[in-house]
Design a protein around this ligand. Structure first.
Ligand SMILES: [Zn+2]
Ligand SMILES: [Zn+2]
Length: 291
């Protein structure tokens, strides 16, 4: 687990080696710090899964819960929401008008943050669309502010749930064993083992080294990747069977502490390249608001 100090250091190092990302990182690093600090104060009752249900889920290789079942610390999330709005106002010019509108709304009765949070948890896209129209702000920006505010609660729940799958054979699947969402990033640890990170609850799990993480295809002619010599810690895996891509970080090539969300933001150029080549990523959800 990375400390707040290490997170600051990693972000400063990346700013030095990739100056183009400085403005984006000025904002996101502050958001990540605010999230980590908020996470330390979150209090939530444990999610309990009855033994019978647990056995049934494991037998059928099902995720432990549905994402709608995550618990949210409302007070902590509301405070973080306001803080992230302020950060956007100060550091993210393109988000600042939405931030102002949302912050003002958050302080009135007409806009209920609890509803926004639960709409995101329940993935009710129609309601989100209506909210965005009503407030006259882009939908993906509402989702960004809302999700960023509840992410620490979601992470606290998913860390607690990890105890249920600690001793079971690893589910070597391309979806999160906790909440069933897709991975948004892969990484190789110091032993060269491949892990995936959930786009929603940030749980990390180990999978086979080879093959597409989304469709399981492992045919040589379908599996490709690209990378650049200047960034030897990054690679992008492409699958011609399901046309998904995933970014892979090789921790053996990296000399800074690994904070996946930080690497996610500083590799947006790789997403762009992969999309230009015609690939998509099933796990792209929340952290890709372009500034
Ligand atoms: Zn998950
Ligand atoms: Zn595939």
């Amino acid at each position: 687990m990375i400390t707040i100090e290490q997170l600051k250091q990693s972000s400063n190092l990346i700013k030095k080696i990739r100056p183009a990302y400085q403005p984006i990182l000025d904002f996101y690093a502050e958001v990540f710090l605010a999230q980590e600090k908020s996470k330390q104060n979150i209090v939530l009752p444990p999610l309990v899964i009855e033994p019978d249900l647990l056995r049934m889920k494991q037998k059928n290789e099902m995720p432990l819960i549905d994402q709608s079942e995550f618990l949210i610390d409302l007070k902590a999330s509301e405070e973080l929401f306001e803080e992230i709005c302020d950060l956007a106002y100060d550091f993210a010019p393109k988000l600042s008008s939405t931030a102002q509108i949302l912050k003002k709304m958050g302080q009135t009765d007409s806009f209920d943050l609890e509803t926004l949070f639960s709409t995101i948890l329940n993935n009710q896209s129609l309601t989100l669309q209506e909210m965005a129209e009503h407030l006259n702000v882009p939908e993906h920006e509402i989702i960004f502010f809302g999700y960023a505010s509840i992410a620490p609660s979601i992470r606290v729940c998913s860390e607690q749930l990890e105890a249920y799958i600690k001793d079971t054979p690893k589910l070597k699947k391309g979806y999160c064993p906790i909440c069933g969402n897709s991975p948004d990033m892969a990484f190789l640890d110091q032993d060269g083992k491949r892990h995936l990170k959930c786009c929603f609850c940030a749980h990390e799990w180990c999978v086979n080294r080879m093959g597409c993480v989304f469709c399981g295809n492992n045919e040589k002619e379908n599996q490709h990747y690209f990378f650049s010599d200047e960034e030897k810690e990054y690679r992008v895996s492409l699958c011609d069977n399901c046309h998904n891509y995933i970014k892979l970080v090789d921790l053996r090539q990296m000399d800074r502490a690994f904070y996946p969300q930080l690497e996610q933001i500083t590799t947006l150029h790789l997403d762009l390249q992969a999309r230009e080549k015609g690939y998509t990523n099933a796990g792209t959800l929340t952290n890709d608001v372009s500034l």
